[in-house]
Write a protein that binds this ligand. Structure first.
Ligand code: PEP
Ligand code: MG
Length: 734
């Protein structure tokens, strides 16, 4: 056993050395480092560590000096020795066995625990009371150094001092960004709750409605407002003209609540109801609704307008309404980090319009990223570097350059034909429907998949034939005479209609959904087909059925269309000049019925999202496994090859409308399998086209075919290496 510390150490000498350090001119980080080093030297302790308090009752390993020790990066307040010391504000000496001693003391300043200091030794040590008291005094000094450091906002210095860390999420809007963390704060509403003047409060409510309406109108008519933003504000106007909702708020005021309290109450109740619906689209509406309610309250109690910002910020939030984002001065918002992982939220759509890189699905982002900390974002890889190292910064800057030159290249290709280097023309179409209307479609050959679910999911009750007809006509107008393939209702699973009774199911994705449901509730299908026939009267109707599993289901669906066509003729209604009928191929069983199916269909559209889900028996919505199997594995590609060969033999056009078609590497691979029509999300068109224009398809096909029998579980590396070696632009940064 070593002698009691204290018998060998002079506290007086230690304090005097400390005074010298404090008297010297040096930067905050250096002082912190020097004091800590001095403490270790004087106490003959090999290692020291500083855990600082972070928002959310977390302590973070901020600085470690001396001999490296394996320690957790984070400790919760109250847990382990560090957390307990922070909570109890008392020093603890812990000896584990004969070879480990830890002395931990809190660093308190102004009645607040700023951090915890730990001194560690691999030997058994014992400390005199005098020494422990001296260490506590040093801890106070260190607390001052730390406070000075954080208040000076010399974030550059913090980088060199503190622990770098990487958080991961999903890159939703590609790009790179550097800046300081800006934690999103919700609008804070205050003001009285009760009133004895309900009439006055109703007047205030009306004024706030008019004020918000005016603000929205102004934004809608402003020439520089992007289409995506207009779409959002149109939804707000729709909410604002909902008389039922306003009446409810007025009734609440009449019970004695002020306008703001009534808005809050009715808002909370409505929100609760909307949140109970599982559908992601309606959940998004709930967020818009919350956002609008906050806006109305802000109009009642005017506070600040746009938040004043300085420098480059990375906005961090659990979730964010699109209008909340627009409240910030976007010049300063260089990136967005969200805990929310939904791709279809309005904030993603709006951020894309403003080209702000965004990473979503970042677990506990708000708790882990503290205000003002420097971060670097790589929204291509979905990584956030907290206090990045110089090497990380250099790498990201070079990626940023590469991304910019890629964007320039894509802009050059935007209006050029989708033709490979060896002259093969490809038809690029769009997947539309779920995100509502899009004002400016990218150059394309039409809409290859129009998901009709949206209209049904947003309506309060089943939309009647007239409403549907008008909606489909609008889509055709939007497509400016280019072909539109309407897919009949694909509901069930996670797309639930609030007014349609559905039993809870064990496996809804494989349950009573889609064509299964509409064939059983035939009126639903008949009305939809009737509306489609009316909307395309005098032109061409292109329609396909989802989730077809057997040839009979297709025959039944097509028969239903024929009956509706006959009825229309009997009623002397104008009918389409041409009707083109196809099916989605998304259930593996259908692959083995192609000989019977293909003579009956005009086209096939492969839904790779569901086809992969069922082929791999892997739930596409389960984040734990949805990346486990690769659609670029030989098995899946061989299945696709089989489909293409069969379609070629029957001269049936075969396209792909699943997500695979939206990604350049996958899209090129589909072309190499013989697919010539790809339908994708609008924002993918330019990247896919750029890739196509740099490809020699014939050679790539030869290479792909040579790999199809490989035993590997994925050809991704092999295929992307081949393409990169042949200077094909895959839209990736490496
Ligand atoms: C698919 O399954 O690939 C598809 C395009 O349909 P959805 O994503 O709408 O299920
Ligand atoms: Mg599908």
């Amino acid at each position: 056993m070593s002698p009691t510390k204290g018998s060998t150490i002079s506290v007086t000498a230690m304090m005097s050395a400390l005074r010298d350090v404090m008297a010297k001119e040096m930067s905050g980080p250096k002082r912190l480092n020097t004091v800590l080093t001095l403490l270790c030297e004087q106490l003959k302790m090999p290692s020291a560590v500083l855990y600082v308090m972070r928002p959310g009752d977390i302590l973070e390993n901020f600085l470690a000096i001396g001999r490296p020790v394996q320690l957790p990066t984070f400790v919760r307040l109250g847990e382990e020795i560090v957390g307990r010391v922070a909570l109890d504000r008392k020093a603890v000496i812990s000896s584990k066995g004969v070879n480990k001693t830890i002395l931990v003391v809190p660093m308190v300043r102004g009645n607040q625990v700023l951090a915890v200091l730990g001194l560690l030794s691999r030997r058994k040590e014992s400390f005199s009371t005098e020494i422990v008291e001296a260490v506590q005094n040093v801890a106070m000094i260190l607390a001052e150094c730390l406070a000075e450091l954080t208040s000076s906002k010399t974030t550059k210095n913090l980088v060199s001092l503190s622990v770098s860390r990487t958080l991961e999420g999903t890159g939703m809007i590609q790009g790179f960004a550097l800046g300081e963390v800006l934690l999103h704060r919700r609008l804070e509403i205050n003001g009285p709750i009760l009133t004895i003047h309900p009439d006055r409060e109703i007047k205030r409510l009306n004024t706030s409605f008019s004020k918000v309406k005016r603000l929205i109108q102004r934004r809608l008519t402003h020439p520089s407002t992007p289409a995506e933003e207009k779409e959002l504000f149109e939804t707000y106007l729709m909410f604002l003209s909902d008389v039922e909702w306003k009446n409810k708020v007025e009734s609440a005021i009449k019970t004695g609540l002020t306008a703001q309290a009534a808005l809050q109450k009715v808002g909370d109740e409505t929100l609760e109801k909307m949140r109970a619906v599982a559908d992601p689209y309606l959940r998004e509406r709930a967020r818009d609704f919350q956002d609008l309610t906050a806006r109305l309250m802000q109009a009642l109690i005017p506070k600040s307008g746009k938040k004043k910002l300085i420098g480059n910020k990375i906005l961090v939030a659990d979730n964010l309404g699109a209008a909340e984002l627009l409240d910030y001065d976007l010049k300063h918002i260089k990136g967005i980090v969200l805990e929310d992982g939904s791709q279809t939220t309005h904030v993603v759509i709006v951020a894309r319009a403003y080209r702000i890189p965004l990473i979503g699905a970042v677990k506990e982002a708000v708790r882990q990223l503290e205000e003002g900390a420097p971060v670097a974002m790589d929204a291509v890889q979905g990584k956030i570097y907290l206090r990045p190292s110089d090497e990380t910064l250099d790498t990201l800057k070079s990626y940023q350059q590469a991304l910019r030159s890629m964007a320039r290249l894509q802009a050059k290709n935007k209006d050029k034909p989708a033709q490979t280097k060896d002259g093969v023309d490809v038809s690029l179409m769009l997947n539309m429907g779920l995100s509502g209307a899009v004002d400016h479609l990218p150059p394309c050959d039409g809409i290859g998949l129009y998901r009709t679910e949206l209209l049904f999911m947003t309506a309060k009750s089943l939309p009647d034939i007239r409403t549907q007809t008008e909606a489909y006509k609008r889509v055709l107008v939007q497509a400016k005479n280019k072909p539109v393939i309407f897919r009949t209702l694909d509901i069930g699973s996670d797309k639930v209609l609030p007014y349609f009774e559905q039993q809870g199911e064990e496996n809804p994705a494989m349950g009573w959904r889609s064509i299964r449901m509409t064939l059983d509730r035939r009126a639903l299908l008949r009305n939809q087909l009737r509306a489609l026939l009316r909307a395309t009267a005098g032109s061409t109707l292109r329609v396909m059925f989802p989730m077809i599993t057997t040839v009979e289901e297709f025959i039944e669906s097509k028969k239903t269309l024929e009956i509706e066509l006959k009825n229309a003729i009997l009623r002397k209604q104008k009918t389409p000049k041409e009707i083109i009928v196809g099916t989605m191929l998304e259930v593996p069983a259908l692959i083995f019925q192609l000989d019977n199916l293909l003579p009956l269909v005009d086209f096939i559209s492969i839904g790779t999202n569901d086809l992969a889900q069922f082929m791999f028996a892997a739930d596409r919505t389960n984040t734990q496994i949805n990346n486990r199997y690769d659609s670029l594995c030989p098995a899946f590609l061989r299945a696709l090859n089989l489909i293409v060969e069969q379609c070629d033999a029957y001269h049936v056009k075969c396209s792909v409308c699943g997500e695979m078609a939206s990604r350049p590497l996958e899209a090129l691979t589909l072309l190499a399998l013989g697919i010539r029509t790809l339908s994708m999300s609008p924002e993918s068109v330019v990247a896919v086209k750029t890739a196509i224009r740099s490809l020699n398809l014939d050679k790539y096909r030869d290479y792909l075919m040579s790999q199809l029998n490989s035993k590997q579980s994925s050809l991704r590396n092999a295929l992307s290496s081949y393409l990169r070696d042949h200077h094909v632009h895959l839209g990736e940064i490496s």
